[in-house]
Design a protein around this ligand. Structure first.
Ligand code: PMV
Length: 325
């Protein structure tokens, strides 16, 4: 049985087609340390997004993941492991709404580079939950969306901190620590961020496991690095609220140095960070799990173009300028 148990939604409450979307994200401070309970700071990236289109269908419930070239009809055996967490999420969304899924087709797509630390998985999952609930005439609070998406994140990444699903479902800068309600942060001045992609995949689960191995072998050294990263995150929240861009940039540089100490940076990441700083960025660091993926640079509104050019010249395959606040 594919439909969640519960009351069948009257067809009148269903729309023929529903669109929903969700942004990407960058972690500005605190990746990895956040897995060990330290605070972090993340912001949504509206320039890149994931979309869900939900359409009435004749008989089956079908999930299409366009970017992966995969389609699964519920009830047709086991889904491909790459879409299984999304199929499960579709079912759990219906369970949370306490309604049966009517025949529908959910199509998912995204322009967020995959496996680059920009939250593509959490954004696609968030768009799915928003699209399906809206299509069925209900709207879920951001906290419920975030909880549902967290389960999909667990399936993809192991034991994530929960920062991605939280910042993407709230769509606001957040001061985040595991087990605490997220605190929205209001930037004192808008931030201009330039994101540059090394083009190298950054598999979160693998890198988090490698950091865990290092932590087991040198626990007190890792704990002390995590403590220092946590302190930088706390300082950064205050600097962001004050709009102290220059000091915020220096704090990003310090965070990047600690990520180098954790051995999650790489030559291409360091090259992009150096290029961003040399072209006038107030600061720059890797973002996300590291080893590959993206850097994020803090630019002034007038220097963003120069920083973007410098990142391209230093080998970034994809560059995006985004404003926060
Ligand atoms: O690579 P991303 O964007 O999934 O970010 C990973 C952030 C980590 O702190 C390394 C892991 C986590 O669960 O917070």
């Amino acid at each position: 049985m594919d439909c969640a148990s519960g009351e069948r939604v009257p067809r009148e409450t269903e729309r023929p087609v529903t669109e929903a979307d969700a942004p990407g994200k960058v972690i500005l401070f605190g990746e990895h340390a956040v897995v060990y309970g330290r605070p972090a700071l993340a912001v949504p990236v509206h320039r890149v997004r994931a979309w869900a289109t939900v359409e009435q269908a004749a008989e089956a419930v079908t999930l299409r993941a366009e970017d992966l070239g995969l389609e699964h009809r519920l009830g047709d055996g086991a889904p491909d492991p790459r879409v299984r967490p999304l199929v499960d999420l579709l079912r759990r969304t219906a369970d949370t709404l306490e309604i049966s899924l009517p025949p529908l087709t959910v199509t998912l797509r995204s322009d967020i580079p995959i496996s680059r630390g920009l939250g593509s998985g959490a954004a696609v999952a968030t768009a799915l939950v928003r699209g399906v609930s809206l299509h069925l005439g209900r709207s879920l609070p951001a906290a419920s969306v975030s909880e549902l998406v967290y389960e999909a994140e667990v399936a993809y990444h192991g034991m994530p901190s929960g920062i991605d699903n939280t910042v993407i479902s709230l769509e606001r800068p957040i001061h985040f620590a595991k087990g605490r309600p997220p605190l929205p942060v209001d930037p004192g001045t808008p931030l201009t961020l330039v994101i540059g992609d090394t083009g190298v995949e950054s598999p979160t689960r693998k890198i988090v496991e490698e950091v865990r191995r290092g932590w087991r072998q040198a626990r007190s050294r890792y704990e002390s690095v995590f403590d220092r990263i946590g302190e930088l995150s706390e300082q950064a929240v205050r600097l962001l609220e004050q709009g102290a861009i220059v000091d915020l940039g220096k704090t990003m540089d310090a965070n990047h140095q600690l990520l180098i100490e954790l051995e999650v940076s790489s030559e291409p990441l360091n090259r992009l960070v150096t290029a961003a700083r040399a072209s006038g960025a107030a600061g720059a660091k890797l973002t996300g799990a590291g080893r590959g993926g993206c850097v994020v640079a803090l630019a002034g509104p007038d220097s963003a173009g120069e920083v973007a050019k410098a990142l391209e010249a230093a080998g970034a395959g994809w560059v995006s300028v985004t404003r926060v606040g």
